[in-house]
Design a protein around this ligand. Sequence first.
Ligand code: GLU
Length: 504
Amino acid sequence: MRVRTRVAPSPTGAPHIGTAYIALFNRAFAKHHGGQFILRIEDTDQVRSTPESETAIFEALRWLGLDWDEGPDIGGSCGPYRQSERTALYREHVDRLVTSGHAYRCFCTSERLAALRLTQEANQERIGYDGHCAGLDAGDAAQRVAAGEAHVIRLRTPQEGVCQIADRFRGTIEIAWETVDDQILVKADGFPTYHLANVVDDHLMEITHVIRGEEWISSAPKHLLLYEAFGWEPPVLAHLPLLRNPDKSKLSKRKNPTSILYYRQAGFLPKALINYLGLMAYRPEGDLEMFDFDTMVASFDLDRVHLGGPIFDIQKLRAFNGHYIRELEDVDLLATLKGWLLQDASLLELVRMAQPRLEQLADFVPMTAYLFADQIPLDPADIDQAGKDSGKAAAWIQFVQWEFARLGDWDADGVRDCFNRVAEREGVKFKLLLGVFFRVFSGRAVALPLFEALVWLGRDMTLRRLHYAQEALREAGLGLSGKALKRLEKWYQERYLREGGEDG
Ligand code: GLU
């Protein structure tokens, strides 16, 4: 059987552990069949996609050993592999659909759509497009386009009957067509949406099996309709179960670290992560728990994929990781540690930060130790009191968290600006604010220079520490209630994003 699979992440934010999970299954399946595994970057969201995020995806997947046979950085016979470089192709394809009547131009303004939504809400009807432009005469529509009228292109969707989706893992899934919207295929700015680009690319890249997360099941009817409209054979669809937090909710960074780069910095081994992610939906023959990628490839069989809500439990992952660490020869462990944070380049940065503060060489290790840890001991009462007014610290941590998450480049100036903005907006002295954060990050009132230290720590680990601090405060009854968090969210929107969003 000829097999071509792909993983198609969107380069927004930190590289997600879910991307590694999907990549792993696609790669294992392709390798088992001697096929190809492709990396495609789905950057149709021009606002949220960034080159940094794309680079981080490459880095994170390579670190895990999930290399690809074709992709944006290495090319291949079906490129380009970045959707933003394929817009002409989508244009050409959507024109075909408009000509054949499978898609139509829609001129509805955002005001009309907003009013429609309000009415549907008031009448407790299904929220969705009402087909207002579906019946427009094609000639009239073409004239309006020629006159420069703004429009989108929508997929003409049946109103009745059911769509049957053949899912390789789940059997037939039925979705009533009346619940499927006339999906926008091309936005007013001429850019395609995920659905159009995804289907066109899967076809042109000759993808035979689409193994992806179950959150895409509801998109499948639109995709199948597109394949039919183009007259193409759809690939095999196989939807993997979503990773979940231990409380069964969808894996989210509020509860679990989701960035692959966090796991690297926190000292998890690629082997352990691969094994654990594999186990989320797979067991090789003999029901082995411990297996490596090659074992997974050798025995890979879609029939062995199990769907029962996989729980991604970081404590279990730690146990796996410990197992793999103990398996290493001592010299290999030493090499692993050196390849981790004990390499010269990162040590040199620490040496520079520590030098002005050292009186004895023996000060170096204790002075820098907190930067190597994942979780450090925290004193929540001390953190809270450093904010002077009880409860302030928790709010500031939250603001800094939001600021860090949306900061562009992770450098000392950027980090300082975030603290500055929070100090300014909250009307607190900079020094007092930093006092809180020294404690949050180092567990002490005095430590290495804060901004440089955080740059060294990296964004993902820094965000994790903020999370630990929030947890410690919450456990001590000094944290934010759900209600307070909502209030802060609103305040943040108004005071940081709307008013002063452009100043940093
Ligand atoms: N760009 C989508 C994502 O971010 C791809 C979904 C798919 O595999 O079709 O996951």
